[in-house]
Write a protein that binds this ligand. Structure first.
Ligand code: AMP
Length: 417
């Protein structure tokens, strides 16, 4: 497939695609759209930034746009589940624009805002609902939403659902959906639990994959600065003195880190916003809107924002800390160099980040160039290579221990977002 026209999408959808300036479908779009238009289930390995939203939204809109009837009260025809409010908002915004000119209604059902308005919106039935799991479960429990007429279910960013502790919620929600339906599951990675979930949810799915992660970030210039933890704020100020850093996302490992950076930016009179779980949804939305409109130069965030933010012209991503999970590095830096633009990703690497940097370099299969010539440069001793213990009882203990450690790390990760 070489262009959108050959897909037989409704003319108003093609008009909107053209208005958005899309010329050709992306890889994931050309592979997914025909499959979904045919009605098959789909397993998509793709991350944000690949055009994945349109891959599932356009076939849904095309399908529902051809119907002449309205959904019954409380009923929903297509459900899209996403792990973060930011990502759900992003998807809903896209759906609203792709479905302009069609008699399709859509709603976003997320936490952090009053549910009364959402309940009111759902009363007369809804073609498309984009939702995060928590609020959806709440409204389902109250009988405010029903799925007897559901035709399509999309689970987006399934691996992030797992990371954010929504696995059980997703299983509960999907168990309440009709068995006769079309299902698409998208995930950036395929851990074992997601493979099992896919087996349960999907019926004879077609498997499609976008370009591998490492190649999607090839346009991003990646750099590392070695620096003492205590000097990171000063180094950040030094970097921000460079005016070519026009719109920058700064990622911290935890919300307390974000607050620390934000206080320093405020002291230095740098326009900024912040996103983490201590901020209300309205504050989070406002921060993204101001960042998109160029009213603020720096947006400081936890990994809540690692996948959901689709702001054009993010010139730089700065990792104030490296993430514990190397795949998040790829998601974070993918916030820059979007839609064919260039971008720079800078990582501030303290002694505590060294092992994480090693994991990142393994993940992206290359060494990231180091900037040595700066006033805060610090030489760290090389990482010690841990020797594996051998022997049956020791190796049994070793196998046991990481899973507990992993569970604790995950709990801490979620609490600190
Ligand atoms: P997504 O991966 O869905 O978050 O999309 C990433 C970015 O690519 C968004 O800004 C989309 O508007 C843009 N995009 C999606 N499809 C296309 C396309 N076919 N051509 C150009 N840009 C696109």
């Amino acid at each position: 497939m070489s262009d959108f026209k050959s897909l037989n999408l409704l003319p108003s959808i093609l008009t909107e695609i053209e208005r958005k300036g899309y010329i050709n479908p992306t890889t994931i779009q050309s592979k997914s759209i025909p499959v979904l238009l045919k009605g098959s289930d789909l397993l998509g390995i793709a991350q944000t930034g690949t055009g994945k939203t349109a891959s599932f939204s356009l076939p849904i809109i095309d399908r529902l746009g051809r119907l002449s009837t309205r959904p019954e009260p409380l009923q929903v025809r297509a459900l899209i589940l996403a792990p973060t409010r930011e990502l759900a908002t992003q998807i809903h915004k896209n759906i609203c624009s792709y479905s302009k000119g069609l008699k399709i209604n859509s709603a976003i059902i997320i936490g952090g805002v009053r549910k009364e308005n959402q309940i009111e919106e759902l009363k007369d039935g809804m073609d498309i609902v984009v939702s995060t799991p928590g609020r959806l479960m709440d409204l389902m429990g109250g009988g405010h939403i029903r799925f007897d007429e559901l035709e399509v279910f999309v689970l987006d960013e399934a691996d992030m659902m797992l990371d954010f502790g929504f696995y059980e919620d997703v299983k509960t929600i999907s168990s309440k959906l009709p068995k006769e339906r079309q299902t698409a599951l998208f995930s950036a990675t395929m851990p074992r639990q997601i493979e099992e979930l896919a087996k349960k949810l999907l019926n004879n799915p077609v498997k499609v994959q976008s370009a591998p992660q490492s190649s999607t970030i090839s346009k991003i210039e990646q750099l590392v600065y070695f620096v003492e933890e205590n000097d990171k704020l000063a180094l950040l100020q030094m970097l921000l003195a460079d005016e070519s850093i026009q719109r920058v996302l700064v990622f911290c490992k935890a919300k307390y880190g974000v607050i620390n950076v934000v206080e320093d930016l405020a002291k230095n009179g740098i326009s900024h916003g912040e996103i983490h779980s201590n901020r209300t949804q309205t504050q989070r939305d406002e921060a993204i809107a101001e960042f998109s409109e160029g009213k603020i130069r720096v947006l400081v965030a936890t990994d809540i924002a690692a996948r959901g933010i689709d702001v054009l012209d993010v010139t730089h991503v700065i990792n104030f800390n490296l993430p514990d999970d190397a795949t998040y590095y790829v998601h974070r830096i993918g916030r820059t160099a979007r839609a064919g633009k260039d971008g720079v990703a800078i990582s501030l690497c303290g002694e505590r980040d060294l092992a994480l940097l090693r994991n990142v370099q393994r993940q992206i299969k290359k060494d990231i160039p180091t900037i040595l010539d700066h006033p805060f440069h610090k030489e760290f001793p090389p990482l010690k290579v841990k020797k594996k213990r051998v022997g049956s009882s020791a190796s049994f203990r070793e196998r046991k221990r990481p899973s507990q450690a992993k569970r604790r790390a995950k709990k801490k990760f979620l609490e600190n977002l």
